[in-house]
Structures are given as structure tokens and as C-alpha cells.
Design a protein around this ligand. Structure first.
Ligand code: 15L
Length: 263
């Protein structure tokens, strides 16, 4: 399967590209920077917020079967920048997928799309949009755009509400929200190969003992996480921020530190 991976030089992108290549995918990376040293596969240097750049990437690398859209600023900035980074990029990719008959997109959404949800035992994929930041607002909008294209054009789109992608968990909250490197690859692989998923929302976490997101939607697409943050529990220090970080899905993103004017 030939797959375009955006954000291929980023922290998740480098891990996912290597993992997919190891699993015999034909990977084409796209990023604003040249390929990382040792990158195996095709490459396109450009900004996926620019529709012309995206069109050129697809023309230069014909025969794509799917897009894995990981590009985007991974934190809080101004609302216009968030919209460009997450919504305009997704729009340019979806339009170009239509033009080239590419039928599947796997999207790195985020838990911050529902970050203002008070923490409960099990938060489902049907949780209403409840962003904690403009970053979360943009992720909600990008998810809505995916849904629109699934309904209009019958493509497959899987929104991965990623928790905390880290080499290992670094806070008490992350003992619940951790997504290991190997499980991230398993998650993207399952998302690319699940038969007829239509539109699906899946929480991107490992097999964490302390998980408080519903893992059934992941199981439904064949995602079988193997790692558990609990094995690091003894090395994670307690912090004064643990109480607020554990009160809402989005952890630190709900705090006043992240408040700013919308315009
Ligand atoms: C995310 O979506 C962010 O990109 C990352 O910076 C972390 O905040 C992560 O979620 C998390 O919730 O731990």
C-alpha cells in the first residue's frame, strides 16, 4: 500500500514512517523540511496548508492509496494559526484526495478536541466536542471536515484522538493517556487496513491499566495495543499539578495559562 505521510519529519511522523516502512508500506513523506537522515521512501518538501503544493505532491507521487495526516502545530497558539495548521491542511488534502481518487485518510486528531470534558471512568468516541483550547477547536473543525467528506464522497476517515505520544510516560496523567511509539505504529497500521471503517473516532492510547478512554472503537478497527504505562509507574514523580491535570481530559490545557483572546 502506498501512503502519503504528512508531518513526516515530526516526532510522530518519524516513528510512524519507519514503522510503516518496516511493515512493507510504500511510504512517501511530506514535510516543510527535507527528509531526516536515513529516511527510506519518497519525499516531498512543501507545506500542506498550500493546496498547490499538495497537488504537486500527489502528481509527483502517483498511485497513492491513503493519506496519514500528522502535520500540524502540536500545541496552543493563535486561533488563525490553529485553523491554518489543522483545518486548511486537512481541507487541501481532502480536496486533492478527491481529485486523485484516494479513498482513505488517517488523521492525527487529539484528546484536546474533548479536553474540557470532566474525567469519567470511560469516555466514548461519541463524546460531544468540548475543546479546551483553540488547538482543540481546530481539531474539532478538522474532524467535522473529515465527516463531511465521508458523507459527501464515501471515503474512509479515521480520526485518532491521540493522548500523550512519548517514549515513556512522564506524569501521573500520562499513566492514563500514554501512547507508546510501537503502539502508535500499530494504531496507524490498523487504521490503514481496517475494512470499510467509514468515519471512525478512535482514542490513541496504549493498553494502559489506568486508561479512562473507551478502547472499544480501537478494537473495532483491529487496534491491539501491547504497551502499558503502568510498567513506568514507579519512576513517574507525583506533582502539585496532578489534581488539575486529572480533573479534565485535556489535563494542563484546561488551565488559565492557556487562555488568550480569540482575535
Ligand atoms: C496533544 O494533542 C498535544 O499535541 C501534545 O502537546 C500533548 O498536549 C498531548 O496532546 C497530551 O494531551 O498529552
Amino acid at each position: 500500500m502506498k501512503v502519503l505521510v504528512t508531518g513526516a519529519a515530526g516526532s510522530i511522523g518519524t516513528v510512524v514512517c519507519t514503522g510503516l516502512s518496516d511493515r512493507s508500506y510504500d511510504v512517501v513523506g511530506l514535510d516543510r523540511t527535507p527528509p531526516p537522515h536515513g529516511f527510506e521512501g519518497g519525499w516531498f518538501t512543501g507545506d500542506c496548508a498550500d493546496p498547490d503544493a499538495v497537488r504537486t505532491a500527489f502528481s509527483d507521487h502517483p498511485g497513492l492509496d491513503a493519506v496519514v495526516h500528522l502535520a500540524g502545530y502540536p500545541g496552543e497558539t493563535s486561533l488563525p494559526e490553529e485553523i491554518e495548521s489543522h483545518v486548511y491542511t486537512t481541507a487541501a488534502l481532502l480536496d486533492t484526495m478527491q481529485e486523485h481518487g484516494v479513498g482513505r485518510i488517517v488523521y492525527a486528531s487529539s484528546n484536546h478536541a474533548v479536553g474540557r470534558t470532566p474525567r469519567e471512568d470511560s469516555i466514548g468516541a461519541d463524546a460531544l466536542p468540548r475543546p479546551d483550547t483553540y488547538y482543540g477547536v481546530a481539531k474539532v473543525a478538522a474532524e467535522a471536515l473529515l465527516r463531511l467528506f465521508v458523507d459527501r464522497h464515501g471515503i474512509d476517515a479515521i480520526a485518532l484522538r491521540i493522548g500523550s505520544f512519548q517514549a515513556q510516560p512522564e506524569s501521573v496523567r500520562q499513566l492514563s493517556t500514554w501512547l507508546s511509539h510501537d503502539d502508535a505504529v500499530r494504531l496507524v497500521d490498523a487504521s490503514l487496513t481496517a475494512p470499510d471503517p467509514g468515519y471512525a473516532v478512535v482514542y490513541g492510547i496504549s493498553n494502559n491499566t489506568r486508561a479512562w478512554w473507551d478502547r472499544a472503537p480501537g478494537r473495532a478497527i483491529g487496534y491491539d495495543p501491547q504497551d502499558d504505562a503502568e510498567s513506568f509507574a514507579d519512576s513517574v514523580p507525583a506533582s502539585d499539578d496532578d489534581e488539575i491535570e486529572n480533573a479534565f481530559v485535556g489535563g494542563p490545557f484546561v488551565t488559565e495559562r492557556f487562555y488568550r483572546p480569540a482575535r
